[in-house]
Design a protein. Structure first.
Length: 372
């Protein structure tokens, strides 16, 4: 296995990767559309399932391009082919549990196998361990087979087969080949941490889009202005909680970690899904709140809003425990406060509910900033 030089250690995101990321803006938007159209437990479960699949595809390519040069023509070509397939995944996503299930499954399977192909090429060049990737290569094949088979049957069998596919695909590097994962490749820490930070920005951008869509076609009265202001403050609070201290501190801890591959896999590939899910779910609540600023939120919209922020903070707690080694009591208290708002704000106008949530996040970021 090759040892990265100083240039590799300072590797940064390339324009090709940024273009690749843009297609995921669309895919994430489609996830929010899917959930917004069905604010039920079934709708939530389906949205989180497809989000987990989209996230895993994106994360896999981060690992591959962390080892390979995205500016190499073959690697860049694979990225762009995968980009086209991912866009098809996004187009079919709202109807993935309906008539477009097979299109979704085949396009997604193509993305996953292209990722695996990059890893095989990396092992051929000596940049990754072939024995390490062979184990979870089998889980990719099994998972994608279940995904395609599930697309050929109706619900609820499709949903359960797709859940099994996701679990098996995630389980490959998580448990089944964990000992081998230690030797899969070196980690260019700056590039790796930056890539995941950029995905957080993508999701926060979707929150801003959701706020704008919610406000569209409404008169800009006092209630709407208050709703938009507080919704943007919530988004700023989510950004601040991650980028003020956590992102840089986590990168430093990863660079000094004794087992950077395992730490990166746990803290970024797995636990960041909680952060992403929290942002996406809360974006649904923000959209509903802005669109109905003067009215009380439905229970589903209120749960999406408050529960999404609480989930995001819970992801932060888990991330900090795994990588930084500290339990954030402040974030735990803030998450509890978010769920308290969900319980007590049933009759409050939406702008007031969002404003209270923004206040909780403001107190959190002020406290943590002073503690830094």
């Amino acid at each position: 296995m090759s040892v990265p030089d100083a240039t590799a250690a300072q590797q940064r995101t390339t324009p090709a990767e940024l273009l690749w990321d843009l297609v995921f803006v669309f895919a994430v938007t489609q996830v929010t559309t899917l959930l917004y159209n069905d604010l039920s437990w079934t709708g939530f479960g389906r949205a989180m399932l497809v989000l987990a699949l989209v996230w895993w595809a994106w994360s896999g390519f981060v690992w591959a391009t962390n080892d390979l040069d995205p500016n190499d023509l073959p690697v860049r070509s694979v990225l762009f082919v995968a980009m086209i397939l991912t866009f098809i995944v996004g187009l079919s996503l709202p109807m993935a549990f309906g008539e477009k299930g097979t299109v979704f499954a085949l396009a997604y399977g193509g993305v996953r196998f292209l990722h695996f192909g990059l890893y095989v090429e990396s092992s051929r060049r000596g940049g990754a361990s072939l024995t390490a990737i062979a184990g979870f290569g089998a889980t990719v094949a099994i998972g994608m087979t279940l995904l395609v088979v599930g697309s050929l049957v109706g619900n609820p069998a499709r949903t359960w087969l797709w859940v099994a596919a996701a679990v098996i695909d995630y389980a490959g590097p998580a448990w089944l080949t964990r000992e081998r994962l230690r030797g899969i490749q070196q980690v260019a820490v700056s590039h790796f941490a930056e890539r995941y930070s950029l995905f957080i920005i993508i999701c926060l951008g979707e929150s801003i889009i959701a706020i704008g869509v919610g406000a569209a076609n409404h008169d800009l009265n006092t209630e709407l202005a208050a709703g938009v202001t507080f919704a943007l403050l919530v988004t700023i609070g989510l950004w601040w909680a991650y980028f003020d201290r956590v992102a840089g501190e986590a990168e430093n801890r990863l660079a000094a970690h004794e087992e950077p591959v395992l730490a990166a896999a746990d803290a970024y590939s797995y636990l960041h899904l909680l952060l992403v899910s929290g942002i996406i779910v809360s974006a649904i609540g923000l959209k509903a709140a802005v669109g109905h600023s003067a009215e009380s939120l439905s229970e589903g919209a209120r749960l999406a809003l408050c529960g999404g922020v609480a989930l995001y903070l819970g992801g932060h707690i888990a991330f900090g425990l795994r990588l930084v080694g500290e339990l954030s009591v402040a974030k735990a208290v803030a998450a509890g406060a978010c769920m308290t708002i969900f319980i007590v704000a049933g009759e409050s106008p939406a702008w007031a509910t969002v404003g209270t949530l923004a206040g909780v996040l403001a107190l959190l970021v002020v406290f943590e900033h002073r503690q830094a």
